[in-house]
Write a protein that binds this ligand. Structure first.
Ligand code: SF4
Ligand code: SF4
Length: 179
């Protein structure tokens, strides 16, 4: 539980972390002429460990898109979904790694109260309730979809700590979390 609380605190700071890491990435490419291949390599490497985190934690274009979308809040979820669906080469590769990465968003069905706050926080079930849900077992898990950008809003919003983002070493361990 302490671990999940820490994840929630980090998730609450995501915007600031992305501002900082996005600025570092921008300066590295623009002023120090770090090759985009290096950025691609780093994005893929972090994707193997954490999934598609580059877009919402490190990308300078991503943070600019987010700021622009905040200007039109009504369409922001839809816009964000389209943006993360389209992506860039780093997003294409790390989006596919969402299924294979070491860290995964896990659900503890024993403590889940079926309140649905996680689905409201995530842009995928918000847009397509028929297809996606983080807690309904008869729907696709958005955290495994290509478009999940590991914003961790679902973990942040869960009042019971039933959702977490943790290292999962085997499929059996993952199944046990999902029950
Ligand atoms: S981290 Fe959670 S809220 Fe964010 S896109 Fe993925 S499933 Fe949705
Ligand atoms: S927010 Fe948490 S308790 Fe509510 S449905 Fe989602 S996982 Fe279950």
């Amino acid at each position: 539980m302490k671990y999940t609380k820490l994840v929630k605190i980090i998730a609450q700071k995501r915007f600031l972390i992305q501002l900082l890491l996005g600025a570092v990435t921008y300066v590295a490419v623009s002023y120090y002429h770090v090759s985009l291949w290096w950025i691609f390599g780093i994005g893929t490497f972090v994707g193997v460990i954490w999934g598609k985190v580059f877009c919402r934690w490190m990308c300078p274009i991503g943070i600019m898109m987010e700021l622009l979308m905040k200007l039109s809040p009504n369409d922001s979820l839809k816009g964000m979904y389209q943006y993360h669906k389209m992506g860039c080469p780093i997003a294409w590769v790390s989006g596919l790694l969402n299924r294979l990465s070491l860290f995964k968003i896990t659900l503890n069905k024993d403590t889940c109260k079926n309140c649905g706050l996680c689905d409201k926080a995530c842009y995928m079930p918000s847009i397509d309730q028929q297809k996606f849900s983080l807690y309904k077992s008869n729907k696709s898990n958005p955290a495994e979809a290509y478009s999940c950008s590991k914003c961790l809003k679902c973990v942040e919003q869960c009042p019971n700590g039933s959702l977490s983002y943790r290292p999962v070493f085997s499929i059996n361990q993952y199944k046990n979390f999902k029950k």
